[in-house]
Write a protein that binds this ligand. Sequence first.
Ligand SMILES: C[S@@+](CC[C@H](N)C(=O)[O-])C[C@H]1O[C@@H](n2cnc3c(N)ncnc32)[C@H](O)[C@@H]1O
Ligand SMILES: Nc1nc2[nH]cc(C(=O)O)c2c(=O)[nH]1
Ligand code: SF4
Ligand SMILES: [Mg+2]
Length: 235
Amino acid sequence: MTLRIAEIFGPTIQGEGVLIGEPTVFIRAGGCDYRCLWCDSPHAVDSAFRHEWRVMTPAAIWAEVRRLSGGRPLTVSISGGNPAIQDFAPVIALGKAEGYRFACETQGSVARPWFADLDTLVLSPKPPSSGQDVDWRSFDACLASTEGGPQTVMKIVIFDDTDFAWARSVSEHYPRLPLFLQPGNPEVDPEVPVDLRAAASRLEWLIDKVTGAGWFRPRVLPQLHVLVWGNKRGV
Ligand SMILES: C[S@@+](CC[C@H](N)C(=O)[O-])C[C@H]1O[C@@H](n2cnc3c(N)ncnc32)[C@H](O)[C@@H]1O
Ligand SMILES: Nc1nc2[nH]cc(C(=O)O)c2c(=O)[nH]1
Ligand code: SF4
Ligand SMILES: [Mg+2]
């Protein structure tokens, strides 16, 4: 059995959400069932980049993670693309046998039995600005697959007022899911250096929205890796 892999990189720090700051190796799966208008990882989505993807066995993927981490267990984040359109169970089994921990980033459009083997599942339903339609039945199936298992959290990207209002209503439907908000990054060209002042302004705008609304449930975080490296690949 093989998997389509866009890149494997690290160790770096997890730049987003509940595991922010955690030393992490990323496995970025190739292929996605969505086409978010502002996707920051099109090289793992568009078939135009397919020739850059590697077809790898779980053993080959695991050998690469072990090499990058020097064989010292850390958190491995499985992202993409949408990793849930492939079967990562064998990779997770290889890693767990050596004491590694696993997180997964997905939009929640496809539920997988292997979600139950994770330590952390990050569900990131897509707001109106993405141009995608959320299938909430699939999202609920993802949630059901982790009941009594991994920590499961929700992370929503906010670009504008409409996204913000949407996030509030989604939050009301899932009152027990820990919620993380991050400002959308409109600059997805990996070659363009980060504009720190613009990034700080976007974060300030989102903080003002949350506190101004008297909404004290979500945590508001930047994309830490974007502040340091912009949208550079492999970090
Ligand atoms: C590239 S996606 C891959 C995983 C999965 N397809 C998903 O969307 O959750 C990883 C994370 O980056 C976020 N993201 C993608 N493009 C972004 C952008 N331009 N600004 C901020 N966050 C973004 C997604 O919402 C998701 O939480
Ligand atoms: N450092 C770092 N943190 C991240 N958190 C989520 C990422 C992703 O693209 O899934 C990501 C990424 O690509 N790099
Ligand atoms: S779901 Fe994730 S990987 Fe797919 S297009 Fe949207 S942001 Fe990109
Ligand atoms: Mg990213």
